[in-house]
Design a protein around this ligand. Structure first.
Ligand code: DQA
Length: 165
């Protein structure tokens, strides 16, 4: 499973930015944990952070043939970017929206995500675990898909597929 992890605006300042809300971990360390967790599950990751809406859209587009799953923390864009919502819908790859903080329990403007309807799921309020659970969920999808493909094969085509591996 190939997973694109995309962090949106202001997440480059993790660790120094409102640590009481977002925690003390830097983005570099968070990414190291994500890479290690994904590796344990046999998943490959590509991780990007950008503050610009258009660049986030370009990254989603550029990975539409590589990624099999996307984990996206859109930051504040979650609450108003229809362009990012359209980009997620356009690439048609299972995407999980994540937030470190519990956006449903914060200011009113944060309670709604316009991106969530284009996503498979949204996980928030668990700090780094929001991302780790998203990796688990996507890796689980990959496994189930592989299992389904194996089961739907005839014994002969199963042997052929095994040889290809
Ligand atoms: C955030 C929540 C957003 O409302 C906020 O604008 C962020 C971070 C989170 O991870 O909790 O930048 O996406």
């Amino acid at each position: 499973m190939r997973i694109l992890v995309l962090h949106g605006p202001n997440l480059n300042l993790l660790g120094e930015r409102e640590p009481d809300v977002y925690g003390a971990m830097s983005l570099a360390l968070l990414n190291a944990h994500l890479r290690a967790h994904a590796k344990k599950l046999g998943a490959l990751t590509r991780i990007f952070q950008d503050n610009c809406e258009g660049t986030l859209i370009d990254i989603l587009h550029a990975h539409r043939r590589w990624a099999q799953g996307v984990i996206f923390n859109p930051g504040a864009y979650a609450h108003y970017s229809y362009a990012l919502r359209d980009a997620v819908a356009a690439i048609g790859i299972p995407t999980i929206e994540v937030h470190l903080s519990d956006v449903k329990k914060r200011e009113t403007f944060r309670r709604r995500s316009v991106i969530e309807p284009a996503c498979l799921a949204s996980i928030s309020g668990k700090g780094i675990d929001s991302y780790l659970k998203a990796i688990d969920r996507l890796a689980g999808l990959g496994l189930r898909k592989a299992h389904r493909q194996t089961r739907s094969r005839t014994p002969r085509s199963r042997r052929r597929a095994a040889t290809r591996l």
